[in-house]
Ligand binder design. Structure first.
Ligand SMILES: [Zn+2]
Length: 386
């Protein structure tokens, strides 16, 4: 059937893994990039008349036969049995919501559902069901079709365990992506982030980031992007910074941008349905972090990671999977940096290889590429509470 609403999904894990950058090499840029934030709700156009501050109490396990791609055949994720999460799991999600910056917390209150999944680290996804889908989804009531988006998030149960640790999950997920478990040496580590709520927040933020890319149509400048199809009705993004900051960059200042623009602008890569780790034919411009070349080879993977951190362009190896992941993982890091520690917690630090630990926020502003990436998220309205 013709998918009239594009779903946004992705397996993925809170991909923050390390972030490393050599502090010595990147002193603070002299030119300060102004954040020309244009708060615009178009990055969150979902109609949220009934935000639910108690959403964590409704946390439950996703039915095991649900595949986000089958929304139009099998209906809502919640149909069927939904095994309630444990009190501890609910409390963990609640704590992550309490910790989250307002622009994340308010959006998560507007989810139609937050679910847990089993099956390991890559079993998380964010799903955006566009307003025009009521004819396709058997569970969607006619009233839902009046211009409302519907949003769902599912995160791995690994992220809400009593012993969940942001650092070990991030490093472990990256190692699993590269098929070199336990062998990453050139990777950044999180510090002062042992409370499990940091891990939970990272996973939630990551999947919310995917939803926001969909809602803002951030990567949809190309008229041939499938979301620009008249049936779908998504217009051009309010800001073209995905093209100029994450892709190929543009004059006048330096050869900016991190990805081959022409490769991204192909039907294969302008695709909203993909599984985590699917790089398509995307290629980075200034480094070589091609998963098929690195998987299973610890020496190569570590060398590529070191170059990645030295480039100052990527917050982690997870961000180098694809241009969209790049944007999403940068959002995830920004959320962690903006979170307000609860009593007994402190701001998370990150320690890139061969470098001192630093505040996450300093890490995000210490190179010009990362400054511009965060600025782009702001321009798209992603860092503004709806
Ligand atoms: Zn992702």
């Amino acid at each position: 059937m013709k998918a009239r609403a594009w779903l946004l999904l992705f397996g993925t894990v809170a991909a923050c893994s390390g972030t490393a950058v050599h502090a010595a090499k990147y002193s603070k840029p002299k030119t300060h990039i102004k954040i020309a934030a244009q708060p615009d709700k178009s990055a969150f156009t979902t109609d949220c008349r009934r935000p639910d501050p108690q959403i964590a109490q409704k946390l439950c396990y996703l039915r095991t036969d649900f595949d986000p791609k089958d929304l139009f055949h099998n209906g809502d994720p919640k149909r069927g049995t939904c095994k309630a999460a444990s009190p501890n799991q609910k409390a963990r999600v609640q704590r992550a919501l309490d910790l989250a910056p307002e622009y994340v917390r308010k959006r998560l209150f507007c989810m139609k559902g937050i679910f847990l999944t089993t099956g390991g680290g890559f079993g998380s996804w964010g799903l955006w069901e566009a307003p025009d889908s009521q004819k396709g989804n058997p569970d969607r009531k006619p009233n839902d079709g009046k211009g409302n988006n519907r949003l769902f998030v599912a995160i791995s149960e690994d992220a809400v365990k009593d012993d969940a640790k942001l650092d070990s999950l991030q490093v472990g997920n990256l190692a699993n992506l590269l098929h070199v478990p336990g062998q990453l040496t050139q990777v950044a580590h999180f510090e002062s982030a042992d409370d499990p709520a940091w891990a939970t927040l990272a996973y939630l933020a990551h999947e919310l980031g995917h939803i926001l890319v969909g809602l803002s149509n951030a990567d949809g400048s190309d008229p041939n992007h499938p979301r620009r199809n008249a049936n779908v009705g998504s217009g051009a993004p309010i800001d073209t910074c995905f093209e100029t900051v994450f892709l190929d960059g543009s004059p006048p200042i330096p050869p900016d941008g991190s990805w081959d623009k022409n490769l991204f602008h192909t039907p294969l890569n302008m695709n909203r349905f993909f599984k985590f780790g699917d790089q398509g034919t995307n290629k980075q411009k200034n480094i070589s972090f091609i998963l098929s070349d690195l998987t299973g080879d610890a020496a190569k993977a570590n060398a590529a990671l070191l170059a990645l951190y030295q480039s100052g362009e990527f917050v982690s190896g997870m961000a180098a999977v694809s241009p969209v992941e790049h944007m999403v993982v940068t959002f995830e890091f920004k959320v962690l940096a903006d979170a307000v520690p609860l009593s007994g917690m402190s701001k998370p630090m990150i320690r890139p290889p061969a470098s001192q630990a630093m505040l996450l926020n300093d890490f995000l502003t210490m190179t010009r590429p990362k400054q511009r990436q965060v600025d782009c998220l702001a321009r798209l309205g992603m860092l503004t509470a709806p």
